[in-house]
Design a protein around this ligand. Structure first.
Ligand code: PLP
Length: 472
């Protein structure tokens, strides 16, 4: 049986089995493929995992409980989970050149929580235990324990501000990290839209954080992690990088040297499903100093490992170690640069004047629109993006003034720089023909124009079949 037939057969058979129990679920799964095939997906955090990754998730590894980690399980009979976890970690350490990988986190948020607790255990709990001459928190008196709990909640974190592209999990109040840490933000230089390293150094010197967090959700430039590590060392902070968005560019060797976080950070977290193109999930990389604390992630903050997802992570990481992945990562950036150039040449304003990575942030205030209006007008026209704050955003975090677009998904699909220019034209047409209508959410857009653009988007995608080996 050819690989092509095997993939179709596998997905068809799976749907048939599901349909026999709950047809609505089989239909929703099949419909999702149809919808994804028809959508011009520019969501910077999404991608299309390979059939091998998807198929690795639907199996009986899901039935096994395996709390703990290799060599320290709370359940018996975990030999196959051990294999899966070891193979995924082997690929992760080799791919990223990290001494240690913890592949259990169920998502990026979970990976960050694991990292934060590992840092607190290392920097706060261990010294508190040493001070009272005890090995375990269970041996502490109530008074010692109360003092330690006070200390946990009083640590400082310096992370990128939300409007500059930081993420809620980097110490912001709506997320648990903002309750665990007292957060202060660093931002970008308003003139360049790029990280102000001098400002960051000054903030670190004054605030003296326990943790400095690098990484972002919506920053379009390379980050110099060597400088950030220097700053962390100057103030004695642990340097953590959340590479959730750009892990694929690190894996694909687009970000090397000062721009590769792994050799510079004490601890690195990531998701596996964005530019890395794996299953939904997270991962933590670190050196031996933090490895033991990181490995306590389950049951410290995580539920039992999703062994079937870890197996899919292993498959995705094996794929990312192939030379083709480096070509893929390079094309992601070529495409986002082509998109930025295409938009700029038509009169759009992109934050920081361009991009070095997989995403472009368009300042739609220049079109007289809020991000909310722009996002919906583009969606009406068959172009899927998401609204995002821009630095010093006049419209706040809900309506926003930006549109974030990213190229990992369309690059997986095979679109290249020529197609990016067409997309830039379609986006500019919609944005320049949309006008605000009385509130920050309402807008006017000629439905005939939206329909014409939508048709052009569909025609563009017709040459790039998604999951072309799969017919249901
Ligand atoms: N960290 C960053 C930088 C992100 O952009 C995101 C998601 O958008 C996350 C963490 C959270 O990832 P997840 O949705 O897998 O929890």
């Amino acid at each position: 049986m050819s690989a092509l037939n095997a993939e179709s057969t596998a997905f068809r058979a799976a749907l048939e089995v599901v349909r026999a129990v709950e047809p609505r679920i089989a239909d929703a799964i099949a419909q999702e493929l149809t919808d994804q095939r028809e959508s011009l997906k520019l969501i910077a955090s999404e991608n299309y995992a390979s059939p091998a990754v998807l198929l690795a998730m639907g199996n009986w590894l899901s039935d096994k409980y395996a709390e703990g980690t290799i060599g320290r399980r709370f359940y018996a009979g975990c030999q196959n989970v051990d294999t899966v976890e070891a193979v995924a970690a082997e690929h992760a350490t080799a791919l990223f050149g990290a001494p240690h990988a913890y592949v259990q986190p169920h998502s990026g948020i979970d990976a960050n929580l694991v990292a934060y607790w590992a840092i607190l255990a290392d920097r706060v709990e261990a010294p508190a235990l040493a001070k009272v001459g005890k090995r375990n928190v269970n041996d502490m008196t109530d008074a010692e324990w109360a003092e330690l709990r006070q200390a946990f909640g009083n640590q400082r974190m310096l992370g990128m501000s939300l409007d500059a592209g930081g993420h809620l999990t980097h110490g912001f109040r709506p997320n648990i990290s903002g309750k665990m840490f007292d957060q202060r933000s660093y931002g970008v230089d308003p003139a360049t839209g790029q990280i102000d390293y001098d400002g960051l150094r000054a903030a670190a010197a004054e605030f003296k954080p326990l943790v400095i967090v690098g990484g972002y959700s919506a920053y379009p430039r390379k980050v110099n992690f060597r400088i950030m590590r220097e700053i962390a060392d100057e103030v004695g902070a642990t340097f953590m990088v959340d590479m959730a968005h750009f892990a694929g560019l690190v894996a694909g060797k687009v970000f090397t040297g000062d721009f590769d976080p792994v050799p510079h950070a004490h601890i690195v977290t990531t998701t596996t499903h964005k530019s890395l193109r794996g299953p939904r999930g997270g991962m933590v990389l670190c050196g031996p100093e933090l490895a033991d604390q990181v490995d306590r992630g389950c049951p410290m903050v995580l539920g039992g490992p999703l062994s079937h997802v870890m197996s899919a992570k292993a498959v995705a990481l094996a794929e990312a170690r192939r030379p083709e992945f480096q070509d893929y990562a390079r094309r992601i950036v070529e495409n986002s640069q082509a998109l930025a150039a295409g938009l700029t040449s038509r009169g759009a304003t992109v934050v920081s004047g361009g991009t070095d990575n997989h995403l472009v942030l368009i300042d739609v205030d220049k079109y007289g629109l809020t991000g909310r209006q722009a996002e919906q007008a583009l969606l009406d026209s068959g172009i899927v993006t998401n609204r995002n704050s821009i630095p010093q955003d006049p419209n706040g975090a809900w309506y926003t003034s930006g549109i974030r677009v990213g190229t990992p998904a369309l690059t997986t699909r095979g679109l290249g720089t020529g197609e990016m220019d067409v997309i830039a034209e379609l986006m500019h047409t919609v944005l320049s023909q949309t006008s605000p209508a009385g509130s920050k959410a309402k807008y006017d857009l000629d439905p005939a124009l939206a329909e014409r653009v939508s048709k052009q988007a569909t025609e563009l995608l017709a040459d790039f079949p998604l999951y072309g080996s799969v017919t249901l």
